[in-house]
Design a protein around this ligand. Structure first.
Ligand code: NCD
Length: 316
């Protein structure tokens, strides 16, 4: 008890990135503006800066990740931080250690920022209450994935000049997707009109309360859209039967040239990855350099994560 009290007493207030819902419009603008400067840096011959020299970044990924983990690692290194990615498979977590015990152990090593991905919604918030450094949420359960939404916004701005006034269709497994949730909050904040499209079983009850229009017919949902954002079926979060078969799903909800015709001629195709070709998206559309900005999303993801690390990293 005494130790806990002492730990709480020394805990300082930090600025965390836990979800889009906690961000103000001006914070979002400053992250996106900062990220734009890093797009240029990331294309130059010498990508390294010393903005976070002397700072320690710990990546704590409890769920599989390719894009997010590698881009957070590169982002930290390009800013000059010392980056340590914990190998969860070989850690004491596998021996039954709780998230809080792991957090206290890491806290004792004086990190300046912890990036966490966890299967439980709210885990980054809990961690942020226990450690003395800043915490960035790299995806928690089906709740939020703020840096994905920020990189999606940056990609749209890079291509279309703005988000305001655009019609965005977010399609697929809305129920289990943290990407969908963060994007709904962010794109609404930036003034877009949002359609969510998916089978009834994968649309949350009362989703309209989040200021979106819901559709169970792809062609209607894609009508006149500027952006078509496809999502993977989050099978790992499905307990029970939500769908007849992947083949039938593709037939009704997979993005095909025929369905894409309903969107604007210059509509962009987006996907956070990983993609399941032939399930939620036609393989040729995914690679169509005139329509798909999927690789650009990955590229700009590094810039956005650099901006977030710079802005949220512990200052003292
Ligand atoms: C997403 C995630 O992990 O939530 N992927 C990502 O971060 N690039 C989407 C997904 O897993 O389908």
């Amino acid at each position: 008890m005494a130790i806990i009290r002492k730990l709480q007493a020394v805990k300082t207030e930090q600025d965390h990135l836990l979800g889009i819902q906690d961000l103000s419009f001006s914070k979002v603008t400053s992250i996106l503006d900062q990220a734009k400067t890093f797009i240029t840096l990331n294309k130059s011959a010498s990508k390294k800066t010393d903005i976070l020299r002397g700072k320690t970044q710990i990546n704590l990924f409890f769920e599989p990740s390719t894009r997010t983990q590698s881009s957070f690692e590169l982002a930290g290194k390009r800013l000059g931080a010392d980056v340590m990615s914990m190998n969860i498979v070989n850690s004491a977590i596998k021996k039954g250690e709780t998230l809080i015990d792991t957090a206290m152990t890491l806290n004792a090593m004086h990190p300046d920022i912890i990036v966490i991905r966890h299967q439980d919604s709210g885990a980054p918030n809990l961690l942020s209450q226990k450690v003395n450094c800043s915490v960035i949420n790299a995806g928690d359960g089906s709740r939020e994935h703020p840096t994905q939404a920020l990189l999606d916004a940056l990609t749209i701005i890079n291509r279309k000049g703005k988000v305001e006034g655009l019609k965005i269709a977010i399609c697929g497994d809305i129920l289990h997707s943290r990407v969908a949730r963060s994007n709904i909050y962010l794109m609404n904040m930036l003034g877009a009109k949002i359609n969510v499209v998916g089978p009834k079983t994968l649309l949350p009850h009362s989703i309209e309360r989040l200021d979106v229009k819901a559709f169970t017919d792809m062609k209607k949902g894609l009508d006149n859209c500027d952006i078509v954002m496809m999502l993977r079926l989050q099978n790992e979060r499905m307990h029970g039967s939500f769908l007849p078969s992947p083949r039938e799903y593709y037939e009704y909800f997979g993005l095909t040239p025929d369905k894409l015709k309903m969107a604007k001629k210059n509509a962009l195709i987006m996907h956070p990855g990983p993609m399941n070709r032939g399930v939620e998206i036609d393989t040729n559309l995914a690679d169509d350099i005139n329509r798909s900005v999927i690789r650009e999303q990955v590229e700009l993801g590094v810039a956005v994560r650099m901006a977030c690390l710079k802005i949220f990293c512990k200052k003292t």
